[in-house]
Every structure is written in C-alpha cells, then in structure tokens.
Design a protein around this ligand. Structure first.
Ligand code: ATP
Length: 438
C-alpha cells in the first residue's frame, strides 16, 4: 500500500483492529458492554498519545520564546461560557425522523434519514453541546458548572495573569493541552469525533494590523508540523472557509484537512478570532484585557490567532498515514511507518533466545538504552515473529542480543522500514541509535 491510500475504505477497520489487538485504543467500559463514544488508551496508545502531545509542545512552546504554556481548570462557571458565546451559540440543530424516530444533526443528513430513508422530520431544535454539572453539595443556580468544550477560554481569562507574570508582549502566545468535552450528537469514526477528547490549542495575541500576516504564518507552521512528523503532503490540504460559513467570532478560518478513509475532513482549524474573546471577557468581567504599548503609548485589545488541534484526532491521522502492508522475504507484513518521535516504543531489546546466558547482556543493553528511549523487552517466540510484532506497532529499531554478543560485545540493530541489519558494538550502540534520530 502506498501513501496515497489513506482513503482506502477498509483502512479504518484495519487500524481499529490493530489498535485494539495491540493495546493502542480500547472501547471504554467494555466489560459492561461499552459506553458509546468513549475510549481508553492502552499501554501502547498512551505512549503514542503522549508523544503526539510532546511533539506539539516541543514545536509550539519549547522551541519558541514567544509562546508560554498553561494548564487551566476543566470545570468552569457559567459566566465564562456566557461571555464566550458558548451558552447561546454552541449548539447543533437537531431533528427527529417522524418515521423511525432516530435523532440526527440536521446539517449532516441532506434531508434524508440515513436509517430509514424518510424525508419527514420534526422542526429543528437547538441542542447545547456543553456538559452541565453541579459543583459542590448544593443544587441550584449558584452551583451550576460546565465542563469546558474547548481549552481556549482558559488562555483568555488568564490573559492579564500571564502578561504580568511573564512580561511577554504581543506578538506572543499561550498554549495548552488538555481534555475537552462536547455532547456530540453523532460521535463517529473511532476517535475522530468523541464526547471526551484532548485538544492542543494556542492563542497568539498580536497587534490588529499584524493579524492577517500572523494568521497566514500559523497556517503554514501547522501544515508543516504534520508533514515533518510523517504525513505525506498529498494526504493533507488546506481548506479556507467562505466568509458566510465563519463562526460568530471568526474573521478567517482555515482547516488543515486530512484524507481520511471517508474523505477529506478536519484535522485542525486555524482561526483569526479578531478581538472578540478579549472584548467579550472584558465587558463581562469588568477586567481590562488589553495591552499598553509603552513604545507608542497606545492601548489596544490584541487580536487572536488560534491554531486549534485535537491530540486524539491527530494520533488517529498519524496511525492511518503510517499503516502499510508490504512483502518481506515472501511474507506480507503489517508495518506502522511512524516517525520515531511518535512510535510507542523506539527500541525493542530482543534476546535471541530465552537461554539464561543471554539475560545478563540483554539487561545491560536495556539499562543502557532505557534512560534515552522508550524500550520494549521481549523474549517470547521466534525472532522473526518478534520482528513482525514490533513492525506492526511501529518500533523503528530492534536490538538483538545473540550468543556472539557474549564474545564480541556487539549486537544487531535492525531497521523497521528497510529491514536492514547491522552489527554494532555495545559501546557505540547509544551513539549509533542517536545518529538515526537526526
Ligand atoms: P468539527 O467541525 O469537526 O465538529 P470544530 O470545527 O468544532 O470541529 P474546533 O472547535 O475548531 O472543532 O476544535 C479544534 C480541534 O479539536 C478540531 O480540529 C479537532 O481536531 C478537535 N476536535 C473537536 N471536536 C472534537 C471531537 N468531538 N472529538 C475529537 N476531536 C475533536
């Protein structure tokens, strides 16, 4: 399979099966029959998801002096969501099929019930996507809280705190990774659309006159991030929203789209939010969310450029793009061609046999590599089978310890993609693997 075939309709099933079988993603509460649209990330999935988030944080925060991080609360008071517009406008139009009684999002069905084909529906009703709950032991208006449906508002409500504590000035950004919750009517396509998911968002505050330029800059940066981590350019495209399709806060939105098995769909959105958010929160809270430029003696409300990505959705796209089947020595193998930065394990240490003589050197090699790489250690089955198992989960390098290793103090390093094997002295192993990550 070549890189253009992420649109293969069978690919989704294959990746879902692999994800379950090898411990990437499990249906949540499965022993109780599952809980629709919630998923648990297994031993390999949690590694990969953390790697996706770490890669984002590295690019967006660590490698920049103009972006700082934040980790804000998930629970919030209604006032935040009234000011942001979510209480009023964060809704989907819902209709019921008059014939089979199924409930649908009106904008997704083109007037025909996907279940029974009927064209008779009830009037559309607005359905708010936020999860509402109670904080504290007393019920009633004062105790109402919402689970955040996006991480962005934490960056706006902390604007003054970040400004005064870090002395940053526009152009600068605040980045956050964390869970968000939306009561989606039609969760679907595995972890593409779920009710509980993880976002990676950054709010970049700029002088209004520079907003357009920064908007274009972030579109390019975000597209390049996916390409750098292994998604082929022909599996990605940019889709700029027409003016009439823009959200109430947006002055321009461009989606990075991915060629999913069901067609082009959103991976990430980059929006020019203007001064909407800071103005709304200033008016509602009474706090002045502005910037005073001492150079020009000007006070202004910064515009916001927001690249908003889903961590779980990105992980799924990386899995789909990495999935390949090829033929090695006459045998079909499944291989995840994941970038080493995203792979659940970077190295597998494989003693050739279970014989106790190999244990000592193998443990020594493991101890040498573990501080630097996520390592698996596997002594079961034939070495060929073990290579296949590592290929299937995307481990870029296997290090095999054999009986010669006891004499020559060297091991075999096997490359996942080329299947090429080279002998490397243990004393040079770390440097040799590091060189492969350059
Ligand atoms: P959609 O149109 O697909 O509902 P959206 O445009 O409302 O998404 P944003 O509010 O811009 O999405 O959220 C930013 C990113 O968060 C999306 O690009 C996506 O990667 C992720 N995301 C949003 N909703 C979900 C969800 N229900 N499940 C998984 N990821 C999501």
């Amino acid at each position: 399979m070549d890189s253009a075939l992420t649109t293969d309709p069978e690919l989704l099933e294959k990746v879902i099966n692999l994800a379950k079988r090898r411990g990437f993603v499990f249906a949540s509460a499965e022993i109780y029959g599952g809980f629709r649209s919630t998923y648990d990330y297994g031993p390999l999935g949690v590694n990969m998801l953390r790697n996706v988030k770490a890669a984002w944080w590295r690019t967006m925060v660590q490698m920049r002096v103009d972006v700082v991080g934040l980790d804000a609360a998930i629970l919030g008071p209604p006032a935040v969501w009234a000011a942001s517009g979510h209480l009023e406008t964060f809704t989907d139009p819902l209709v019921d099929c008059r014939k089979c009684k199924e409930r649908w999002r009106e904008d997704k069905i083109d007037g025909v019930c996907p279940n029974c084909g009927s064209t008779e529906f009830t009037e559309a009703r607005a359905f708010n996507l936020m999860f509402k709950t109670q904080a504290g032991p007393v019920e009633g208006e004062g105790a109402t809280a919402y689970l955040r449906p996006e991480t962005a508002q934490g960056m706006f409500t902390n604007f003054n705190n970040v400004l005064s504590s870090t002395r940053k000035k526009p152009p600068f950004g605040i980045a956050q990774i964390g869970k968000s919750f939306r009561n989606e009517i039609t969760p679907q396509n595995f972890v593409f659309r779920t009710r509980e998911f993880e976002q990676m968002e950054m709010e970049f505050f700029v002088a209004p006159a520079e907003a357009e330029q920064w908007y274009r800059y972030w579109i390019d940066q975000r597209y390049d991030w996916y390409v750098d981590l292994g998604i082929a350019p022909d599996q990605l495209r940019l889709h700029e929203h027409a003016l009439e399709d823009l959200s109430h806060y947006s002055r321009g939105t461009t989606d990075v789209e991915f060629a999913y098995p069901w067609g082009w769909d959103e991976l990430e959105g980059i929006a020019n939010r203007g001064d909407y958010d800071l103005t709304q929160h200033s008016q509602a809270s009474g706090a002045k969310l502005e910037y005073f430029d001492q150079g020009t003696n000007e006070r202004y409300t910064p515009y916001v450029i927001e690249p908003a990505a889903g961590a779980t959705r990105a992980m799924m796209a990386f899995l789909l793009a990495a999935y390949h089947e090829d033929v090695v020595e006459g045998e079909t193998r499944t291989v995840l061609r994941l970038d080493w930065r995203l792979a659940p394990y970077q190295v597998a240490v494989l003693p050739l046999s279970k014989k106790p003589e190999l244990e000592g050197v193998s443990q020594e090699v493991l101890a040498l590599l573990q501080p630097h790489f996520a390592c698996d250690y596997d002594v079961t089955q034939s070495i060929g089978r073990r290579y296949r198992r590592q290929d299937e989960v995307g481990t870029p390098w296997c290090v095999t310890v054999d009986f010669d290793s006891l004499e020559d103090r060297a091991v075999t390093v096997r490359d996942r993609d080329s299947t090429e094997q080279v002998r490397v002295p243990i004393a040079e192993l770390l440097a040799s693997l590091r060189a492969r990550t350059q």
